[in-house]
Ligand binder design. Structure first.
Ligand code: SF4
Length: 329
């Protein structure tokens, strides 16, 4: 298979090659393995320094698992993860701890990810203490600076998470992630738990912070309109596979894969009275324990052919930088 990661030509910050994660399903007191959930299945892509790579797809497509594999929060079944020129698949303990300083995560639900018994100041201080960086007399100044950078006030450091709004809590999550000055942030559905009215504020803040702190983002979301707003390039996943990948402009102007076309047709048009032909996907996403043979989208695709049920389409470059896994020409 051609390798989209290598094709980019520029030094990547992250390269993922044939990344695979199967979760075993066990049964009985002997924990006999009776099946495997094919969560991520041979995914390859790269992320350039300073870029925002949007990873989209329905719930259960493997996008969150991919993010966690890159962060080494879970172990891959096979495949390679290269970060900043270094293969990180099997590094352990102290090396992994050092690596974690350079890769941070912003979670979907800020309330669940922040310890309710800790003040904001202590929450931001915690990663600095764990990684033994910063500290000393100016620690409070560092925390104040981080709070201001994410649009909060220095005296928010004395608040508990329950005293803050959802948007403010997400800002605290971002300050925590930024405290170690990482190179990569995996933002896992960072705005989907927030009110629509404050989503754009958080997205704009992410963009501002990217410039100020020279960040690279893997932005995971199911909402195509959010991804369109923030991403430079977009990868679309379906049932553990990457089905389309392109720079944002190409993907949104001319989606090639029938699944991407359906996702884009669901984005509302902001002007009143404007109409759009929505492509309704029939049926549910197949069970990832037993994915369909051939193209995994064949059970829901309106263009399905006999070949699609037998032969898996490979991800190929249909035009410059635009990769599609589909038998249609
Ligand atoms: Fe549809 Fe076949 Fe293309 Fe899969 S390979 S998306 S089933 S046309």
């Amino acid at each position: 298979m051609p390798d989209p990661a290598i094709k980019a030509g520029r030094e990547s910050l992250v390269e993922v090659k044939n990344l695979t994660k199967y979760f075993p399903i066990t049964k009985g007191i002997l924990s006999r393995v009776v099946g495997r959930v094919h969560a991520v299945d041979g995914v390859s892509f790269n992320i350039l320094p300073g870029e925002t790579f949007g990873l989209v797809g329905e719930s259960g497509c493997g996008k969150t698992t991919t993010g966690r594999l890159i962060l080494r929060l879970i172990e891959p079944t096979s495949g390679d993860i290269v970060f900043d020129g270094r293969k990180i698949n099997d590094i352990k303990s102290e090396e992994l701890r050092c690596l974690r300083r350079e890769m941070q995560i912003v979670f979907q639900d800020p309330m669940a990810s922040l310890n309710p018994r800790m003040t904001v100041g202590d929450l931001i201080k915690e990663p600095l203490e764990v990684h033994r960086v910063g500290g000393g007399a100016n620690l409070d100044d560092q925390i104040s600076d981080l709070l201001v950078a994410v649009g909060l006030r220095p005296n928010h450091m004395y608040c508990f998470p329950r005293e803050l709004s959802g948007g403010q809590r997400q800002r605290v999550g971002m300050a925590r992630a930024l405290s170690l000055r990482p190179k990569l942030i995996v933002a896992d559905e960072p705005v989907s738990a927030l009110d629509v009215s404050i989503r754009s504020q958080i997205i704009n803040l992410l963009k501002d912070l990217q410039e100020e702190f020279k960040l690279t983002y893997l932005f995971i979301a199911h909402d195509m309109s959010v991804v369109k707003h923030i991403s430079d390039r977009v990868g679309v996943m379906y049932l553990g596979k990457m089905v389309e990948m392109a720079p944002k402009g190409l993907l949104f102007a001319g989606p090639q894969h029938p699944y991407t076309q359906a996702l884009l047709s669901a984005i509302p048009i902001p002007s009143p009275g404007a109409k759009k032909d929505r492509i309704i996907l029939e049926g549910d996403v197949p069970n990832p324990i037993d994915p369909p043979p051939g193209c995994r989208f064949n059970t829901r695709c309106r263009y399905v052919m006999d070949r699609c049920r037998q032969e898996e389409p490979i991800l190929r470059e249909k035009e410059a930088s635009h990769w599609v896994a589909c038998h249609l020409d």
